[in-house]
Ligand binder design. Sequence first.
Ligand SMILES: O=C(O)c1ccccc1N[C@@H]1O[C@H](COP(=O)(O)O)[C@@H](O)[C@H]1O
Length: 214
Amino acid sequence: MSDVSVKICGLRRPEHVAAAVEAGAKYVGFVFFPKSPRNISIEDARALALDVPPGVAKVALIVNADDAFLDALTARVPLDMLQLHGAETPARVAEIKARYGLPVMKAVGVADADDLPALEAYVRVADQILVDAKPPKNADLPGGNGLTFDWRLVAGRRWPVPWMLAGGLTADNVREAKALTGAQQFDISSGVETAPGEKDTQLIRRFMSAAQSA
Ligand SMILES: O=C(O)c1ccccc1N[C@@H]1O[C@H](COP(=O)(O)O)[C@@H](O)[C@H]1O
C-alpha cells in the first residue's frame, strides 16, 4: 500500500474523474477560473461531484473568489475542500474557512528562497499548504502552467499542517520530486493532459502508478 496521496486537478469529464478515482486518487479538483482552459461551470462540476465516491475529496480550485461566487458554488456543489490559488491574504483564508466550514488549502508559489517565509503566515490559518511553482510574470494563470521549481528549496521541510507538492509534475519526474522533497502528497494538472485542458485517461493512470511506486 502506497503512502502517497495524489490530487488530479482540472477535471471536466466523467471518464477522467472515473479514471482518477479507479487509479487511487485521494483528491479530485475542479477549476473555477474563467481564464483557465480547465474552467468548469458550477452545474457541470455538481454533476461530476455527485458521482465521486466517499473517501475521495472533491476540491474546488478558486482564484480570489468573492463571497457571492463562493455562496453559489458551495450551495450547489458537494465539496470537501477549497483550494485558494490566488492572492488571498491569510486573513481572507481564515474568513473563507470560517464562513464555509470547509477545510482550506492555500497555494503558495515558490521560485526562490525569498518566497518561503510567506508560507509561515498561511500554515497558521490553512488546513493544508500547496507548494507550487511561482507563475512567470504576466502569465495568464496563477498555476497550471506545467512549470517546476527548484525542489531543493523545500528538501526535508516540515510544516505544522500537511502539504502537497505541485508544479510541472509528470510520471517521469514524480519519483525524483518525492526523493528530493520528501513530499507525501502530489497535485498534477497539465502533466496528465495532451493539450491545455485536455485530460488523458492513460496519462492519469501512468501518473498514478508512478506516484504510488515512487
Ligand atoms: O490548472 C489551472 O488551470 C489552474 C488555474 C489557476 C490556478 C491554478 C491552476 N492549476 C493548479 O496549478 C498547480 C500546478 O499545475 P500543473 O501540474 O503545473 O499544471 C496545480 O495545483 C493545479 O491545481
